[in-house]
Design a protein around this ligand. Structure first.
Ligand code: MN
Length: 705
């Protein structure tokens, strides 16, 4: 209770009594839920959420956020669930707690740190409300502060994760103070010896530098005061240990070299004063012109604003100066959290209630509007903060990013074109799911492939990525071309056969002449157009015959007959008005651009087409036809329990597959059931119908249309 009283005092400064009351209630709930649990330090578990809340209280985060911080581990570690939290503390608090728990879960599942970049993005995308991230950062900060008691391997892993994931997120959100603490704590835990040596060296160097820093400070203050800027602050600042370490590593510099620079910060009252102060500093020491940066005019993507300049100081020592206002200083230290720091007070409510990632983004865009260079800026922020991407895992733990709304087929094509082309099913979080399922953040997706499988044109209706679309279209187009060329060749050869000829009997010279007459560029193009119904087979065949100086025109069109093998692919389709199956008398209709559509001869549609004889083509079934053909069967059946199962059984006993079932109640007694089944031919269909008729409840049965 002692720790909490402390926190309550801190919160009472900026929250209402009512809000503090609610937070107290959250504390009581969490305390009870975590009862008996201990941290590895030996303290009661509840001390952890209280400290996390304190970190957020120091940033003056809103009441919902503090409440959620106190409850942040209860879903994960105790028996309390989201519903109970929502009932007691409101939907928003429950969502925040739930969001934090989800992030905890994914960070437990993913140990592959090489993908830190994607992991960071996934965390950002998963958090609809930016406060989830801020709570998670505070959670990690307290864990880092109390890392001491852990065994080294675990410590090492957590420290590495902090440096690779949490510090960059804090940086992205402009929360610099937190980032610096993450980095120094992480550095200390990961490389304890290097840390100690460096720390000691800095302590020693500080003594030597002190006099010079003081002297420069004095000079700067005096110069500024002379210009009338009396309430500004100037101080010599030290880089934090991890950044010194990184600088030494990256630029291969010695300790003396990195410590060589003297850095100062100048804080002034108003924005205009920044530029005045800059002029003043430049008049005092000679600036290195190329090193000047105006982040006030063009803020950094995380909202950071400041003037940076480099100068040559007394005795030629290099000086770096950062000049900004008090307000910019707050943003530089706390980034996104400074919104709460600043707006605490009357505006607080409106802002915190609707504060989500988008609004933070909007705030940044506002800053940007006044300053220009929007494109790069928006791109930068969008990647991390705008949740329009979905991040999913492969079974091996690699992370892939896809646009919002992407499906397993998009995912398959993202991995590899062949994986996409041959995918037949998928598992999402280890459970079978339809290929069209829209993927969600954090899911594990496994694609199941089958040799010889190929893309389904229906996929085009749900895929969203350009890669999937173009690959499916490309495959279909190629496939259609191959099949059309084959069909065209068969159609022409069918006609030529009457005169004992065949396309392959023509010499190249003759073919060239034929192509010229047809104004075509290649034989395959002509054949494709014939197969697709764009050119009349009879007319093309006539040109071939003319070339052989065989003047006999083709009269007897009735003999022109294509044998359907059932393996033609996309260029031969079966009409869904009459569902022809082998054994039926059939007619073909050449649908320009699509190929041949097969109808039964007595289909009412084909009768209409007969007025366009050029489009009708005689076809017949191959004697030994392979494949399965769809046909509907309509059954009237007495409404009895289990009768549908009996019918389905009867059908599957004849080795036919049911593709679709529809039940229509005709009256209270009789149902009409429409099955679409796949059959080999008419005898197969007849067997199924006989078998169905044997079911006692069946009153009427017929082949459907
Ligand atoms: Mn925690």
């Amino acid at each position: 209770m002692f720790a909490f009283t402390d926190l309550r005092d801190l919160l009472a400064v900026y929250l209402t009594d009512e809000e503090v009351e609610k937070i107290t209630k959250a504390y009581i709930t969490a305390d009870k839920a975590h009862e008996g649990q201990k941290r590895y330090t030996g303290e009661p578990y509840i001390t952890h959420p209280i400290e996390v809340a304190r970190i957020l209280g120091q940033l003056k985060m809103d009441a919902e956020c503090i409440c959620a911080a106190i409850l942040h581990d209860v879903i994960e570690d105790t028996r309390l669930d989201k519903k109970t939290i929502a009932a007691n503390f409101g939907e928003k608090v429950a969502e925040l707690v739930d969001g934090v728990s989800k992030l905890t879960q994914i960070s437990c599942e993913t140990r592959e740190l090489q993908q830190a970049e994607n992991f960071r993005k996934m965390m950002m995308a998963m958090a609809q409300d930016i406060r989830v991230i801020i709570i998670k950062l505070a959670d990690r900060l307290h864990n880092m502060r109390t890392l001491g008691a852990l065994p080294y391997p675990k410590k090492r892993r957590i420290a590495q994760e902090t440096l690779e994931i949490y510090a960059p997120i804090a940086h992205r959100l402009g929360m610099n103070n937190m980032r610096i603490e993450f980095e120094d704590l992480g550095f200390a835990a990961l490389y304890p010896i290097r840390y100690r040596v460096l720390k000691e060296s800095v302590r020693k160097a500080r003594g030597n530098r002190h006099a010079l820093i003081h002297k420069i400070e004095q000079k700067l203050v005096k110069q500024l005061e002379d210009l009338g800027m009396t309430d500004c602050k100037v101080w010599g600042r030290e880089k934090h240990l991890y950044s010194l370490y990184q600088k030494m590593q990256a630029k291969r510099l010695s300790f003396t070299e990195v410590m060589d620079v003297y850095a100062f910060r100048i804080i002034v009252k108003r924005k205009e004063d920044c530029y005045t102060a800059l002029g003043c500093v430049h008049s005092l020491y000679r600036p290195i012109t190329k090193r000047f940066k105006d982040y006030i005019a063009v803020p950094k993507p995380n909202g950071y604003q400041s003037l940076h300049t480099s100068l040559i100081g007394p005795h030629g020592v290099p000086i770096e100066a950062q000049i900004r206002t008090f307000e910019m200083e707050q943003v530089a230290e706390h980034g996104i959290a400074s919104h709460w720091l600043y707006k605490s007070g009357e505006q607080n409510d409106a802002i915190s209630k609707h504060f989500n990632t988008n609004q933070w983004l909007k705030g940044l865009i506002d800053i940007q509007k006044h300053t220009g260079n929007p494109l790069e800026f928006i791109e930068n922020v969008k990647i991390d903060l705008y949740p329009n991407e979905v991040y999913v895992f492969t079974p091996k733990g690699s992370i892939f990013s896809l646009p919002q709304g992407a499906t397993s087929v998009d995912f398959a094509y993202l991995i590899h074109t062949d994986i996409g082309n041959t995918c037949v099913a998928c598992k999402i979080n280890r459970r079978l799911a339809p290929l069209s399922t829209r993927l969600k953040n954090g899911q594990m997706v496994e694609i199941i492939n089958a040799e010889g499988a190929y893309p389904n044109p229906a996929w085009l209706s749900f895929v969203v990525t350009g890669k999937a679309k173009s690959n499916i279209r490309h495959w279909l187009k190629n496939q259609q071309r191959t099949e059309s060329v084959q069909l065209g060749r068969r159609l022409i050869n069918g006609i030529l056969a009457e005169t004992g000829l065949n396309i392959s009997a023509f010499e190249q010279e003759e073919l060239d002449a034929i192509l010229q007459k047809l104004s075509a560029t290649s034989l395959d193009n002509v054949l494709e157009e014939v197969g697709l119904g764009k050119r009349m087979a009879a007319l093309v065949a006539q040109v071939f015959l003319d070339e052989q100086h065989d003047s006999t025109p083709i009269h007897d069109k009735a003999k022109e007959c294509l044998v359907i093998q059932g393996t033609e692919g996309l260029v031969v389709t079966y009409a869904s008005c009459c569902y022809p199956i082998p054994g039926d008398l059939i007619m073909g209709y050449l649908k320009p651009g699509q190929g041949i559509v097969i109808h039964t001869e007595n289909c009412s549609k084909i009768k209409k087409y007969k007025s366009k004889p050029n489009h009708c083509i005689n076809v017949k079934w191959e004697r030994e036809i392979k494949g399965e053909f769809q046909v509907p069967i309509i059954v009237d059946v007495i409404n009895d329990r289990g009768v549908l199962a009996q019918l389905a059984n009867a059908i599957s006993e004849t080795n036919a597959n049911i593709l679709n079932v529809n039940v229509d109640q005709r009256d209270t007694r009789v149902n009409t059931v429409r099955f679409v089944v796949s059959v080999r031919d008419r005898p197969h269909l007849a067997r199924i119908m006989r078998r169905l008729r044997a079911v006692g409840e069946v009153t009427r049965i017929k082949r459907g249309k």
